[in-house]
Design a protein around this ligand. Structure first.
Ligand code: IVH
Length: 669
């Protein structure tokens, strides 16, 4: 027993060290195979001797499938943001401001401004206690399980000099190469690509399934140590200590004794940023000396001792060759510019989006124009200007089309909306194919082996015209089709069969009804337990569902008023897809039958969503605003004063969390 404990401890130490060598220092000393071998040994011991379980063991970085709702956590030190500047003049003002406020000597530390998502890590006795997102700066979401999967973050720190309690702040980001690779895989799987590494990092860290997070190539750079007993009295020394404790701290920090040196650092990184493996969107300048920092203090929003300088968006000039008009899954028409290839922020650009007709008119675009393109937040850049002086003498103005480029139907434009639509939803090929691609995608029916090309092929062959046709596909229909071997056909059919166990909420999402995304579908399925009941629901009933407003309710009702759509739903039901929510079976009691309940504030023992689920499982109905028909209000901490007043005026009973739980208990026994 003693020996086992020692070996487990030893293995954890060895694996932690190799993780650090590999993910932080980039200097692995053993092969992946050797690493896996040691990990296997640890996993075997841990599973044979569960009494030695430790949530921070290196074996616990793989995440799990348990879907979690995040608990909110207060920040001990508020997570402030930085003031932004865009010019050297602004920075000169910052420098003057500081010199007016302090007599002390000080220097600046220049750092990269990582373009990811902020995180605060709390360590107690050398162990990661929790990881919290910025949230509103005062409190954020506890995302510890997701953060644990990032291998460059130490879970346990061995160094003797570590303060008993400290917080370290930094940025979670996705390096560009990992991002590109992940996006290619997503596209191949028929999933939607992420727009940029930042969105992808922030989307990933908020995912409910930590096992999926573990598959995403996240990294984390730390840039601020916070706590009452820090090891040094300068920012840079504190970060160097953090580096010694195993954190990833950028090697590109530089000390600057005056503002001119800061400008040099800025100029350097403005031109060299594409040589970094990750995106930065500017530079951060911080006063180095803790004493001076304290003297300068904070404004309501940000420290006076630090500021960021944001780089201007990358721009490039090129020639507009032609304009294509693309038809999306919903029939929306998007003009896309074909450009002469040009280098922009490290990538070659050949296409740019021009959102709609108004944009074409505003830019006053002609074919052959020299255009200015800019990288914004989206995947493809946009055209932001035209060099009219460079326009060829004979040039044709870009005209918006009148008919669908795919099915030749006359386009429609709803007044007040910017986009044109092809109304031929039932027959227009890209709309049909788009709906099928959405249906098979991972978050919907998760039908594996069904990329864009396969959908294209089966559509061209006339084998699938809508999503219900998938369930009548046969081996003999597909044998002999180009690029589809027998093995892939069998795999495809197998995945289609397996999709029949996908839960109702995802089937609902998979139907691709406008405005009914993943979250709304989930809410609908939690409130109305079957397709049959949904189809029979009135608008009023739909509006009672959390997050469902006029727009969503109307969209659903319009969708099911179309006979073709109803027929598809009927066929999917006949093919035994899940058309009932498993929520029905989780009904625990009828204690709250016919009770309309408003939930407000923050709760101790569960998240607000969990509480709402509990209400539904006990037969109650969640409503969002207080009226005379409200039966109870369950009030947690920080219930808004306006709600409180309204409740008192109407004489509605207010229950504490405990009183509410007591009601459920009583009737259960
Ligand atoms: S320091 C109290 N340093 O920029 C100052 N922030 O508004 C705390 N960021 O979302 C911030 N790189 O996540 C600091 N080297 C760096 C940074 C950095 C990126 C982000 C930060 C926050 C925003 C500041």
């Amino acid at each position: 027993m003693e020996e086992t404990a020692t070996r487990i401890k030893e293995l954890r130490g060895i694996l932690n060290r190799h993780n650090h060598l590999y993910y932080v220092l980039n200097e692995p000393v053993i092969s992946d195979q050797e690493f896996d071998h040691l990990m296997k040994e640890l996993e075997t011991l841990e599973s044979d001797f569960p009494e030695y379980y430790d949530a921070l063991s290196p074996s616990q970085r793989v995440g799990n499938d348990i879907s979690q709702e995040f608990v909110q956590r207060d920040h001990k030190f508020a997570m402030l943001s930085l003031g932004n500047t865009y010019s050297k003049e602004d920075l000169a003002d910052f420098d003057i401001r500081i010199k007016k406020l302090t007599e002390n000597q000080f220097s600046y530390i220049c750092e990269l401004k990582f373009d990811g998502v902020a995180i605060s890590l709390t360590y107690q006795n050398g162990r990661l206690a929790y990881a919290t997102t910025r949230g509103d700066g005062i409190r954020g979401d506890d995302v510890t399980n997701n953060v644990k999967t990032i291998k460059s973050i130490p879970l346990v720190i061995r160094d003797k000099g570590v303060p008993e309690y400290f917080e370290i702040r930094g940025e979670i980001l996705m390096p560009r190469d990992g991002f590109e690779k992940m996006n290619q895989e997503r596209i191949a799987n028929g999933e939607i690509a992420f727009a940029n590494p930042r969105n992808s990092a922030s989307g990933t860290i908020k995912m409910l399934n930590s096992k999926e997070v573990a598959r995403r190539p996240l990294d984390c750079y730390l840039y601020l140590l916070a706590g009452e007993k820090l090891p040094a009295n300068t920012h840079i020394e504190n970060l160097k200590h953090a580096r010694d404790w195993g954190f990833k701290v950028s090697q590109h920090m530089e000390q600057a004794s005056n503002i001119e040196s800061v400008y040099k650092y800025i100029d350097y990184w403005q031109s060299e940023k594409s040589t970094l493996p990750f995106d930065i969107d500017g530079i951060v300048i911080k006063v180095n000396e803790t004493e001076v920092q304290e003297e300068l203090g904070f404004t309501a929003k940000s420290p006076r001792w630090a500021i960021s300088y944001k780089f201007p968006a990358d721009q490039a000039e090129t020639i507009l060759d032609s304009v294509d008009f693309q038809v999306g899954r919903t029939g929306a028409i998007t003009p896309v510019a074909n450009l002469q290839a040009v280098l922009l922020a490290g990538t070659t650009v050949k296409r740019a989006s021009i959102h709609n007709e108004d944009q074409i008119q505003q830019l006053d675009l002609f074919l052959g124009d020299t255009v200015l393109i800019e990288k914004g937040g989206e995947i493809i850049p946009k055209i932001v200007g035209v060099k009219k002086d460079k326009r060829p003498i004979i040039a044709m103005q870009v005209q918006f089309i009148k008919y669908c480029p795919e099915c030749k139907t006359k386009l429609v434009k709803i007044s007040g909306k910017a986009k044109h639509y092809c109304p031929n939803a039932g027959q227009c090929p890209p709309q049909i194919k788009g709906r099928i691609e959405h249906f098979v995608s991972r978050k919907a029916m998760n039908i594996d082996g069904f990329g864009t090309e396969t959908v294209d092929l089966l559509f061209q062959q006339g084998l699938i015209r809508n999503v219900a046709d998938l369930y009548t596909l046969k081996v003999e229909d597909m044998l002999g089709l180009p690029g589809l071997g027998k093995k892939s056909i069998l795999h495809l059919l197998d995945s289609i069969q397996k999709s029949k166990i996908v839960p109702f909420q995802r089937v609902l999402f998979a139907l691709g009804i406008r405005f009914i995304g993943e979250t709304v579908a989930k809410k609908m399925a939690r409130s109305i337990f079957s397709m049959e009941e949904l189809l029979a629901s009135s608008k009023e009933r739909l509006l009672e569902i959390e997050e469902v407003g006029d727009k969503i309710a109307d969209s659903f009702l319009i969708h099911i008023s179309i006979p073709e759509n109803l027929e598809i739903i009927q066929r999917l039901t006949d093919h035994k897809l899940q058309m009932e929510s498993d929520m029905r079976n989780t009904s625990l009691s009828e204690v709250l039958k016919e009770k309309s309940i408003v939930v407000s504030g923050v709760f101790e023992s569960m998240s607000r969503n969990e509480l709402k689920q509990l209400i539904e499982h006990h037969g109650g109905k969640n409503i969002s605003s207080i009226s005379k028909n409200t039966s109870y209000i369950v009030a947690g901490k920080n219930m808004g004063p306006i709600k409180l007043e309204k409740a008192n005026n109407l004489g509605i009973k207010i229950l504490t969390e405990q009183e509410f739980l007591d009601i459920l208990e009583d009737k259960n026994s």
